[in-house]
Ligand binder design. Structure first.
Ligand code: TMP
Length: 232
């Protein structure tokens, strides 16, 4: 099958259908814009299954997602999208770059979720953009930006309660959107421990990629624990 694109954690292949692609989830992990690299055993299968489960859950709540079906342990069939060049981050607690930017203590609860837009541009290190920067770069109109914010907040509400039922606090996460063949705004990419911060609701233990980013150990075990709880 023709390889259309290879990223740091996934490969995208063409299928017989011009409107569908196959996404293969790799065990490779990178952090800090590719400066840190490793293989995380089982990550590909965990991220494929967790993404399939979460995207199905969102679709059941009426959201448009690219997910079609899971093909095998590490491959998903998805709709082909024309992607918007933005990463949309939603935050319910202070962590990561928001902690570094504001100095607020990690774990601080955020009453009104914070939505941020980042420029998908590896050469620039995916910088944070304000609305004027998005307009300047022509990445999204004001209407589309407002729509992305609404969709992201709706997804946040659905995912927050999904995870809380599984004793996990959804601290923050990253989404990517695009347009399908019919021109409909559609959620793409993955939702996994690579793209979410997930903390155990009782102990606060990190159950996500921060274990790799910060050398906390127990990376594979954390991914398996998220798999176990999400699939239950
Ligand atoms: P940040 O605190 O580093 O800005 O990350 C916010 C959220 O976005 C966190 O859940 C991890 C996720 N994320 C990605 O999925 N990809 C990335 O490249 C980065 C930097 C963060």
């Amino acid at each position: 099958m023709v390889l259309l694109y290879e990223g740091k954690a996934k490969r995208v292949y063409a299928t017989e259908s011009p409107t569908q692609v196959r996404v293969e989830f790799k065990d490779s992990a990178t952090a800090f814009n590719g400066q840190k690299k490793a293989e995380i055993g089982g990550k590909g299968t965990v991220n494929a299954a967790v993404s399939a489960q979460l995207l199905t859950h969102l679709a059941n709540h009426g959201l448009a997602t690219h997910f079609v079906k899971q093909l095998d342990a590490r491959n998903l069939l998805v709709e082909r999208l024309t992607m918007i060049g933005l990463e949309v981050v939603v935050r319910n607690r202070v962590a990561g770059s928001l902690h570094e930017r504001t100095g607020l203590p990690e774990g601080t609860k955020i009453d009104i979720p914070v939505v941020e837009f980042y420029f998908k541009n590896d050469a620039l290190g995916d910088p944070l953009l304000n609305d004027d920067h998005v307009r300047l770069l022509g990445l999204a109109s004001d209407d589309l930006l407002a729509q992305l914010r609404r969709e992201a907040l709706r997804i946040n509400g659905i995912l927050e309660s999904f995870f809380l039922q599984r004793q996990i606090v959804l601290v923050d996460f990253k989404l990517e959107f695009g347009f399908n063949a019919d021109g409909a705004l559609t959620l793409g990419d993955e939702i996994s421990p690579d793209t979410c911060r997930l903390w155990d609701a009782q102990s606060g233990e990190r159950l996500d990629k921060d274990r790799f980013r910060r050398d906390l150990g127990g990376v594979e075990e954390a991914y398996q624990e998220v798999y176990r709880r999400v699939m239950q």
